[in-house]
Design a protein around this ligand. Structure first.
Ligand SMILES: NC(=O)c1ccc[n+]([C@@H]2O[C@H](COP(=O)([O-])OP(=O)(O)OC[C@H]3O[C@@H](n4cnc5c(N)ncnc54)[C@H](OP(=O)(O)O)[C@@H]3O)[C@@H](O)[C@H]2O)c1
Length: 302
């Protein structure tokens, strides 16, 4: 049986949908089973025969983390340590989600980060995610850590929703052009997570997963606009200009890595995965938004 932790989050929501679709038996929990409280994990897990844990929970507020340092570490380090301890004690196989922010982003733009590249987080969120990875490595001999980046999905706040809202509200939208990465549709990552379980894989370790391709936030925003316009998600008579700006013109509490493209060679080879390009995945996401329009309007509105 599978225990999905963090099922109310953006990624967890799509993992849960897929678990249902594939008719896999699972339990799920979110904040009501606080991962930073070991006893809460024990209480929930009592009398359950768990083979896999998928941990999609986490503290994910990148800018707020700069002031809520203890809270970020309480969840992303201590909480992850508890999950690892619980897994070790019960011989449960763990799939944990980590982030591109464990890297500093100073890598040459021609070489995507591989799993073995040197980590060096430049913000609190990245440091707390790396601390979580280290706890897992200390406690478990075998584990799956999947680092991902630039996530968006139907559930939760994300860049695509923010852009769609700004395209409604403004005539000019300014977006940073000097940070590069690979957007990732949560549905695609959920598929990769379940592949590991369905293969009953023993090829443990750290893996990278994002959609294929590399773009800047500015190019991403422009593509969202063009596609959303074509798909009728933006009114015909509404014209918006997307303008490129520099990171220094858009100050945020947390510094972001300039470049965070992750190499997917290892995960593709090990699990014989085909990964879609970000462009195709985005198109697919926007089509599902169009199909779910009423439910979605409220999210874009936020
Ligand atoms: N979003 C991205 O762009 C991105 C990029 C790279 C990596 N990741 C990683 O991918 C994973 C999933 O991200 P996501 O964007 O889907 O996150 P998310 O939407 O913020 O979901 C995380 C879930 O965990 C819950 N949670 C928080 N503290 C908890 C606790 N102490 N015990 C149990 N549950 C708790 C959250 O509840 P509340 O919402 O009520 O706090 C939320 O439902 C995370 O590990 C994240 O670090 C995300």
């Amino acid at each position: 049986m599978i225990w999905l932790i963090g099922n109310k989050g953006m990624l967890g929501n799509d993992v849960e949908k897929l678990l249902k679709e594939r008719e896999l038996t699972y339990w799920s929990s979110d904040k009501e089973v606080d991962i930073s409280d070991y006893k809460a994990l024990e209480k929930f897990g009592k009398d359950k025969k768990i083979k896999w844990i998928i941990n999609c929970s986490g503290y994910t507020k990148v800018d707020k983390a700069e002031e809520e340092i203890d809270e970020a570490f309480r969840i992303n380090k201590e909480g992850v340590r508890n999950i690892a301890l619980f897994s070790a004690e019960r011989q449960i196989r763990l799939i944990h989600i980590s982030a591109d922010y464990v890297f500093d982003g100073r890598q040459e733009r021609t070489a995507a980060y591989s799993e073995d590249d040197k980590t060096n987080p430049i913000n609190i969120y990245g440091k707390s995610k790396l601390a979580g990875e280290e706890e897992i490595k200390k406690i478990l001999g075998e584990y799956f850590i999947i680092r991902t980046a630039w996530l968006y999905g139907l559930q939760g706040k994300n860049f695509v929703y923010t852009m769609l809202r700004l395209f409604k509200e403004r005539d000019v939208v300014k977006v940073v052009e000097d940070q590069w990465g690979s957007p990732t549709y949560t549905v695609d990552l959920a598929g990769a997570i379940l592949k590991i379980i369905e293969d009953d894989s023993v090829s443990c370790g750290i893996y990278h997963f994002t959609n294929e391709g590399m773009i800047s936030w500015y190019e991403f925003a422009r593509t969202i606009y063009k596609k959303a316009k074509r798909l009728g998600l933006i009114e015909d008579n509404k014209k918006v200009e997307t303008q490129p700006i520099k990171t220094e013109d858009y100050p945020t509490a947390a510094r972001r890595p300039e470049y965070s493209v992750l190499s997917k060679k290892k995960i593709k080879k090990e699990f014989i995965l085909k990964i879609r390009n970000w462009d195709e995945a985005l198109e697919n996401f926007l089509i599902s938004l169009r199909e779910n329009r009423e439910g979605i309007e409220s999210r874009v509105e936020k």
